[in-house]
Design a protein around this ligand. Structure first.
Ligand SMILES: [Zn+2]
Length: 466
């Protein structure tokens, strides 16, 4: 295992911390935690155990229930207090099987996967000519009724970026495409995967149907197969496809969030909340999405509890059923309305194990100097100052949206969408050194936030416009 730049870390930490709320002693303790994280195997062991012993853990499934028991057991063994499950209900779903075939004159099979939550096709499948749209906007521009008896296909490619910002655009066709296509009369929709690889593996992910618009089957093609279909369509514009899917929506099923705490020594009621999600899609073993997040926040809080005395409580929340649509996060906000004002910081790890390279804040202006002091301790780990618009991450955005201060540790996501939501999301893709850097960042960050004098406050709301 490589070590971090120990020269930098070993150097005297004579930071100008006056008036930042961060005591020199807490900064030194944070520095010690950074060193501990380099040699600790807690994080890797958790990740290996979760992805091996549980494997895929679809929200609302029996496997996700086993993952909750796994988490309760691990948190208890690692010394957390108040370890418990907060249950909720949701609509279940079963992937089933899929087959997608091109008709004459170029008969062949294409590789596709059902989008999460999709309905199936009638037995025997749907055979219809395909209509191609370059972008979601082109689909929106198509007149109502114009796709009657057709299969819609949205073909736009995802752009690779370090921040993963190509995903926000690429994912629109996955979320909204089915309702838009159905509204225009389509029998089914297929999309190019919202992903950046060429491994001939489609990327799944949730589809959002719209109340009052008939649900239609929705599937994603691998990027290789989307290219193939594009070529076939150049040879024959209205080539027929046959899509057969046995996916089905189940009734109400059980899910839940798992919670554990490192209790604060001075202000136990005040909470630094670290989140990640326990569920995964069902095709890989959920290593980078979000086994790494579970491992990072759990290992970080464990190290704080083991080697430091945080003044405030550090609460780890392992959310259930994030992938089907932030269902656990919504349940958490609903159940915790009364103690919302006790949360002085939220942050979530849900972006694989790429190194943290930037810290974004979503806090009151008056608290920015405190965040700057924390950042100075994290600088030797390669963390840069970032934007002031952080939500904290996918699940905890429900909390920051409800008024909690947030900090986002921005990770390198250059390769993340090569694996995201695919069968290829497995343990071998995780670099132990990168994982350790994340754990070091979160451990030091959690301790310093827990010990910062005066705590943190939500950003001022923008003045209402007349
Ligand atoms: Zn995720």
């Amino acid at each position: 295992m490589k070590t971090f730049n120990t020269l930098l870390l070993a150097g005297a930490l004579s930071l100008g911390l006056a008036n930042t709320g961060l005591a020199q002693e807490s900064a030194q303790t944070a520095k010690m935690l950074i060193e501990k994280a380099q040699t600790s195997t807690i994080g890797w062991d958790l990740l290996e155990s979760l992805t091996t012993e549980i494997g895929p853990r679809l929200g609302g499934s029996e496997a996700e229930a086993r993952a909750r028991d796994w988490a309760v057991n691990k948190l208890t063994m690692l010394g957390f207090s108040n370890v418990h499950i907060e249950p909720f209900e949701m609509d279940g779903w079963q992937r089933g099987s899929i087959a997608l075939h091109v008709g004459n004159p170029y008969p062949q099979r294409l590789v596709a996967t059902a989008l999460g939550g999709s309905i199936g096709t009638p037995v025997g499948g749907i055979t219809a000519p395909v209509v191609r749209f370059e972008t979601v906007q082109d689909l929106i521009d198509a007149p109502v009724g114009s796709l009657k008896g057709k299969i819609a296909y949205v073909a736009d490619k995802m752009t690779r970026t370090q921040r993963g910002s190509g995903y926000g655009v690429a994912v629109q066709k996955r979320g909204a495409g089915a309702a838009l296509a159905s509204e225009r009369g389509a029998l089914a929709i297929i999309i190019r995967s919202a992903g950046t690889d060429y491994q001939r593996q489609p990327h799944t992910g949730g589809v959002r149907y719209k109340e009052g618009i008939p649900a239609i089957p929705a599937a994603a093609l691998s990027n290789n197969d989307a290219d193939q279909l594009d070529r076939l369509l150049r040879l024959k514009a209205d080539i027929p496809l046959t899509l057969s899917m046995s996916s089905k929506r189940l009734g109400r099923v059980k899910s839940g969030n798992v919670i554990g705490e490192i209790i604060g020594s001075e202000y136990p009621d005040e909470v630094v909340l670290l989140g990640a999600h326990l569920d995964s899609w069902d095709e890989g073993t959920g290593a980078i999405d979000d086994g790494t997040g579970v491992s990072i926040v759990t290992a970080a809080a464990t190290l704080v509890g083991k080697y430091a005395k945080p003044k405030r409580t550090i609460r780890v929340v392992l959310f259930g059923s994030e992938e089907p649509g932030l269902i656990g996060a919504r349940a958490y906000v609903k159940d915790h309305k009364a103690d919302m004002d006790k949360i002085i910081m939220v942050s979530e790890s849900d972006f694989g194990s790429g190194r943290v390279w930037r810290m974004d804040t979503g806090i009151a202006k008056a608290d920015e100097a405190k965040a700057d002091a924390i950042l100075r301790v994290l600088r030797p780990l390669g963390v840069l100052p970032g934007e002031r618009t952080a939500s904290g991450g996918s699940d905890v955005s429900a909390l920051s949206g409800a008024g909690a201060p947030a900090i986002s540790m921005v990770q390198n996501g250059w390769d993340y969408f090569d694996l995201h939501h695919t069968p290829n999301d497995t343990l071998d893709k995780v670099d132990p050194d990168d994982l350790a850097q994340n754990i070091a960042v979160y451990a030091a960050f959690a301790l310093m936030v827990a010990n910062t004098e005066g705590g943190f406050h939500a950003p001022e709301k923008p003045a209402a416009e007349d």
